[in-house]
Each structure stands twice: as structure tokens, then as C-alpha cells.
Design a binder for this molecule. Sequence first.
Ligand code: 9UX
Length: 72
Amino acid sequence: ETQACLIDIVGMTCMSCVRNIESNITGTPGIVNIKVSLEKNNALVQYDPSVTSPKDIADKIDSMGFEAKVSA
Ligand code: 9UX
């Protein structure tokens, strides 16, 4: 069963940031789909909760140099 989560991201300034995050997270086990919005400063992620978690996904984006956290 796939679930969806929203990750708030601070620090994206251009569409290359969007593409970098999308391509990096797309290659992660358990990720079904990711759509990053530069305008909304967030990412909508579909994932398999038996493989990964919103916290894991936010941590990975954070480690790319952005400030990312699971949306409240
Ligand atoms: Mo844009 Mo983002 O020039 O990590 S790629 S700032």
C-alpha cells in the first residue's frame, strides 16, 4: 500500500534545484513518485511505508544542502 507525504523544503532557488531533488530521491528504494514545487517550497512524495518513511525522505533532501522537514 502506497502512502503520500508532504515535505517542506527551504533553500530551493531555481528549477535545477527541483530537478536535482527529484532525480536524487527518485533513485531511492521505496519511492514511488516525487513532485517538487519551487513555488510552494515543498515536495509531494508517494512512498512504500514498508521500505522508507517521511523522516528518511526529509533527511535525504536535507543532506543535499536544503532545509527539509515533514510538513505538519
Ligand atoms: Mo540552482 Mo539549486 O542555480 O541546488 S541548482 S540554486
